[in-house]
Design a protein. Structure first.
Length: 103
């Protein structure tokens, strides 16, 4: 099994895939999730978690953990991104979307 690698800001390499190699597109969106995680820590909104929702290779929503900002224990990066994607797409069904998440 091949390792998937994402380079963090500090130059470290992280993220190993249990499902095989990650292609360039996946790596691009995983990198964006990493950036969201950094953003959340830098502005103290919550822990180091990021999520990106993608539809047809286009980002619909990109969020970090917002638990502290909203004082809402359900405002995890993934949940917040799903909520925003639902609003932007004006639909409940997101089966044609992919979520990229990192912690």
């Amino acid at each position: 099994m091949e390792e998937a690698k994402v380079e963090a800001r500090d130059g470290t390499i992280s993220v190993a895939s249990a499902f095989g190699a990650v292609n360039y597109i996946d790596q691009k969106f995983l990198s964006q999730a990493v950036e969201e995680a950094y953003k959340g820590v830098e502005c103290a909104d919550g822990g180091p978690f990021g999520a990106v929702i993608v539809q047809k290779n286009k980002v619909v929503a990109s969020y970090h953990n917002m638990v502290l900002k909203y004082t809402d224990p359900t405002a995890h990066a993934e949940v917040t991104a799903i909520r925003e994607a639902r609003k932007k797409l004006n639909q409940i069904e997101l089966s044609d979307c992919e979520i990229y998440s990192i912690m």
